[in-house]
Design a protein around this ligand. Structure first.
Ligand SMILES: [Zn+2]
Length: 169
């Protein structure tokens, strides 16, 4: 059976220790403690929620209050569960809010998914005087939902290695 997490083998999700291959990925920053924690909870939830057996997550990113799960294309609704049942169970275990976002290797597509339902106006690369590049995301202020800017910065940085600036217009 395939693992629920693309980068962590199923054996490691079912035990409390990591195999050398997964341990190496932790050292290289490919997976984090949060990836392992969330994937292990989802692995347990598979018994109750069979839909998870065919779902896959790519990465987990978190802040103090929030956990964002990046799901394989087409798997968001599987991980959310019927009426949000799986996300609720996960949120209870973690003690944090959980959001599931569809992953895309295309940065612009991904950022749109990440900020949904907020309306992204433009995404551009801005060159600073010191030579550094910053990704500037312009969001329409008509969006009613509050945006956790720190979390967006963290997600974009860990996936695409860009510093981000979020501007509301
Ligand atoms: Zn492993």
């Amino acid at each position: 059976m395939p693992s629920i997490h693309r980068e962590i083998c199923e054996i490691c999700l079912k035990s409390d220790v990591l195999c050398p291959a997964c341990e190496e990925k932790v050292k290289n920053g490919i997976i984090s403690a949060l990836d392992i924690e969330v994937a292990r909870i989802l692995e347990k939830l598979k018994e109750k929620f069979k839909v998870l057996k065919s779902a896959e997550i790519i990465k987990v990113v978190g802040s103090e209050n929030y956990v964002i799960i990046l799901a394989r294309k087409g798997d968001v609704s599987k991980i959310i569960g019927k009426n949000g049942s799986i996300v609720r169970a996960l949120s209870k275990e973690l003690g944090k809010q959980v959001k599931v976002v569809e992953y895309s290797e295309d940065m612009k597509t991904f950022i749109n998914n990440l900020l949904f339902p907020a309306n992204v106006e433009t995404i551009s690369i801005v060159y600073k005087r010191d030579g550094n590049k910053v990704l500037k995301i312009v969001v329409s202020s008509k969006s009613t939902k509050k945006i956790d800017e720190e979390l967006i910065k963290q997600v974009v940085h860990s996936l695409f290695n860009y510093d981000t600036e979020v501007v509301m217009v």
